[in-house]
Design a protein around this ligand. Structure first.
Ligand SMILES: C[S@@+](CC[C@H](N)C(=O)[O-])C[C@H]1O[C@@H](n2cnc3c(N)ncnc32)[C@H](O)[C@@H]1O
Length: 191
């Protein structure tokens, strides 16, 4: 359904990941964390098109992750409730050279504490973190403020920011609650 009306987050995230990690041999070996992997759209794209071969997915929904697992693009899928940095598992900390998170920073899902977990999961300097959210949510839910704080305190620097659209195949029509919507994809590099 999402795909037929124009959901592109997974494609854009993959394109940016390839651009920022251009070396194929590196992509094959580094460990990647997909936060809120859902049914595995992002990991599948990173694996099949991006050439990333060590992808781990976490999500609160085991039902959705069962579909991700069936795609066979993930090394492991792990049940995890995100947004609680104090309980973020030790074995996922300081580990991943690429952290991705698509369409999880949304109303009713996760708050800005998710950024702290992205940083926790990162394996130090040079790690790339890429996430997508509605452009409007950056302001409405304080996401931009926290992103700027992490930049100001020297945790990360902006590597790429892309404004795009989802559900663009709808044109000017609405389909139930779906309509063409601005999406911001940000990539940060850990300093
Ligand atoms: C809109 S789906 C996006 C799935 C996938 N990233 C994609 O782009 O296709 C949002 C996903 O985030 C997960 N999610 C939402 N809040 C969560 C939380 N607090 N902890 C873990 N997963 C969460 C949901 O279970 C769902 O799989």
């Amino acid at each position: 359904m999402y795909l037929t009306i124009g959901y592109h987050d997974h494609e854009k995230v993959n394109e940016i990941a390839r651009e920022l990690i251009p070396d194929q041999a590196t992509r094959e070996v580094i460990e990647v964390l997909d936060m809120g992997c859902g049914t595995g759209l992002v990991g599948d794209q990173l694996f099949k098109v991006g050439g990333f071969k060590n992808i781990f997915g976490v999500d609160a929904s085991v039902e959705m992750m069962a579909k991700a697992k069936a795609k066979e693009s993930y090394k492991q899928t792990i049940e995890l409730w995100l947004g609680k940095p104090e309980t973020f598992p030790k074995n996922l900390r300081n580990r991943f050279r690429l952290v991705v998170c698509c369409a999880v920073l949304v109303e009713g899902h996760c708050d800005k504490k998710l950024f702290d977990e992205m940083v926790m999961a990162a394996k130090g300097r040079g790690t790339i973190i890429i996430f997508s959210t509605r452009d409007q949510y950056l302001r409405d839910y304080g996401y931009q403020k926290r992103m700027d704080e992490l930049e100001a305190n020297g945790t990360w620097k902006l590597a790429k920011s892309l404004l795009t659209h989802k559900y663009d195949k709808l044109g000017d029509q609405n389909l139930g609650r779906y309509k063409k919507t601005e999406v911001r994809i940000c990539a940060y590099e850990i300093l």
